[in-house]
Design a protein around this ligand. Structure first.
Ligand SMILES: *[C@@H]1O[C@H](CO)[C@@H](O)[C@H](O)[C@H]1NC(C)=O
Ligand SMILES: *[C@@H]1O[C@H](CO)[C@@H](O)[C@H](O)[C@H]1NC(C)=O
Length: 403
C-alpha cells in the first residue's frame, strides 16, 4: 500500500514536473537517434578491444572475467546497431550509418571512465525518449535495450568502484540534452545520414577537488556559444523534476554546491528560468557529474564465483583497478581494504553494499571518503577537457548537420 502511494506520488510529481512537451518527432527519428548512440557505443567498444588486450586490463587491475564481459558488452552494442538498422529498414526509413568518433581515451582507466559515462547516458537517453515513442512495439523494443544498457552501466560502475545503482530512479534526458553530451565524441558523420531534429547546447564542464559528495563545491566552465542575458540558474535533471541549486559566478564560470539526495551519474544544466528546465530555458549543459564515494575496489568477485581464492584475486584487482582509475596515491589506502575484502570473500560484498549506502546519503561518505579520494571527478574532468576542442570544432561547423 505504502509503495503504491509512493508510486502515485512520484507519478504525480513527474507529471507536474514534465508538462507535455510538444515535439514533432517521429518514431523513425527516435529510432535513428537511438541508433546514433548505439553506433557510437559499438564503435567505442570495438576500438577499445582493438586498443587493449586482456592482459592490458588484467595488468590495470580489471581481473578476469572482466575482459570476457567487456566483449559481451561490445557484442550487445553491435547487436543493438543491427537490430535498430533492421527495424528502420523494415519500416521503410533510412537508417543512419556510423560516424567517425573521437574518444578521449589514453589508457585502460580512461576507457573505463568513458564507458561508464556512455552507458549511463544511454540509459538516460532511452528513458527520456520513451514517452515520445508512439508505436507500442517500438516501446517494448526500446525498453528491452534500455534494461540491458542499465545492466552494462551497473556492472561497469561496480568495476570502477562506483555504487552500481546509486539511486532509486534513473535520470531521463531529452534529445538535445543527450546530444549535448554525445556530440563531443562525434567528429563527423556521412552526409548521406538523415538529419535528425536535435541540437547541442553549449557545453558545461564540471571540475572539483577530489570525490564529489553532498556539500562539495563544483566549478562549472561553459563552452563556446554560451551567453546569459539575465540571471543564471542551475538544476540537476531528475525524473521527479529539476533539483535547483544556488549558483554563483566564479572565475569566469560558475560554482555550485552539491545538494543532498543526488547520487551517481548526474546531470546539471544552467538555465535562464528559475523553475523550468526545457529546451527553451537551458543555457548550457548538461554537465556529467559523478556524485558519491567510491567503494575502493572492483566487484568482479561477484561474477568470479564464490571460491575464496577467486574472491581474493578480485579483491586485489580492485585495489589496483582503483589505483589506476584515479591514478592517485590515495588509493593505496583502499588497497588495504580491498585486500581485506578479498580474503573475506562473500562478506566483502556486503561490506560494499553498506559503503554504497553511505555514498548515496553522502553524510557518512566523508568518513569512508578517503575511499573515493579524487576519483571520478578528476578523471571525468580530464575526459571532458580533452573533448572540448572537438566540441568547439563541431560548434564551428554547426552540429545540427551531424545526424
Ligand atoms: C583507440 O586508440 C586510438 C589510437 O590511440 C585512439 O585514438 C582511440 O581514441 C582509442 N579508442 C578507444 C575507444 O580506446
Ligand atoms: C576454487 O579454488 C580451487 C583451489 O584454489 C581451484 O582449484 C578452483 O578452480 C576454484 N574454483 C573456482 C570456481 O574458481
Amino acid at each position: 500500500m505504502k509503495s503504491f502511494y509512493l508510486a502515485l506520488a512520484v507519478a504525480t510529481s513527474i507529471a507536474q514536473a514534465n508538462p507535455v512537451v510538444k515535439r514533432a518527432v517521429t518514431d523513425a527519428e527516435i529510432l535513428n537517434y537511438a541508433l546514433t548512440l548505439e553506433h557510437l557505443e559499438a564503435t567505442f567498444y570495438a576500438e577499445g578491444l582493438k586498443n587493449f588486450t586482456r592482459d592490458d586490463f588484467v595488468n590495470a587491475g580489471y581481473a578476469d572475467p572482466f575482459y570476457d564481459n567487456l566483449r559481451t558488452v561490445a557484442s550487445d552494442e553491435k547487436t543493438h546497431v543491427s537490430f535498430l538498422t533492421s527495424a528502420l529498414e523494415a519500416a521503410g526509413a533510412s537508417a543512419v550509418a556510423a560516424c567517425t568518433y573521437d574518444f578521449p581515451v589514453t589508457g585502460v582507466n580512461s576507457f573505463i571512465t568513458v564507458a561508464n559515462i556512455l552507458e549511463g547516458v544511454g540509459v538516460s537517453a532511452y528513458l527520456g525518449a520513451a514517452a515520445s515513442i508512439m508505436n507500442k512495439e517500438y516501446l517494448t523494443d526500446a525498453g528491452s535495450i534500455l534494461t540491458v544498457e542499465a545492466r552494462h552501466s551497473s556492472y561497469l560502475r561496480a568495476v570502477a568502484g562506483e555504487v552500481p545503482f546509486a539511486q532509486p530512479f534513473d535520470n531521463p534526458l531529452d534529445f538535445d540534452e543527450v546530444y549535448t553530451i554525445a556530440s563531443p565524441f562525434i567528429a563527423s558523420c556521412p552526409s548521406t545520414n538523415p538529419t535528425l531534429p536535435v541540437k547541442a547546447f553549449p557545453s558545461l564542464t564540471a571540475t572539483s577537488e577530489g570525490t564529489i559528495l553532498a556539500g562539495s563545491e563544483v566549478s562549472l566552465a561553459t563552452g563556446p556559444g554560451f551567453t546569459a542575458s539575465g540571471p543564471v540558474y542551475a538544476a540537476f535533471i531528475t525524473v521527479t523534476g529539476p533539483v535547483w541549486v544556488p549558483v554563483t559566478p566564479k572565475d569566469g564560470g560558475y560554482s555550485v554546491k552539491i545538494p543532498t539526495g543526488i547520487a551517481g551519474q548526474s546531470y546539471l544544466v544552467l538555465t535562464s528560468s528559475k523553475d523550468k528546465v526545457s529546451d527553451d530555458t537551458v543555457l548550457a549543459g548538461p554537465a556529467v557529474i559523478e556524485i558519491g564515494a567510491k567503494n575502493g575496489r572492483l566487484s568482479t568477485e561477484c561474477t568470479t564465483g564464490s571460491n575464496s581464492t577467486s574472491s581474493g584475486e578480485a579483491g586485489e584487482a580492485g585495489s589496483s583497478g582503483k589505483a589506476g582509475s584515479s591514478g592517485q596515491a590515495g588509493s593505496s589506502g583502499q588497497a588495504g581494504s580491498s585486500g581485506e575484502a578479498g580474503s573475506s570473500g562473500e562478506a566483502s560484498s556486503s561490506g560494499e553494499t553498506s559503503s554504497s549506502g553511505e555514498a548515496g546519503s553522502s553524510g557518512q561518505a566523508g568518513s569512508s571518503g578517503q575511499a573515493g579520494s579524487s576519483g571520478s571527478g578528476v578523471l571525468f574532468t580530464g575526459a571532458a577537457s580533452n573533448v572540448q576542442p572537438t566540441f568547439a570544432l563541431l560548434t564551428a561547423i554547426g552540429v545540427m548537420v551531424f545526424l
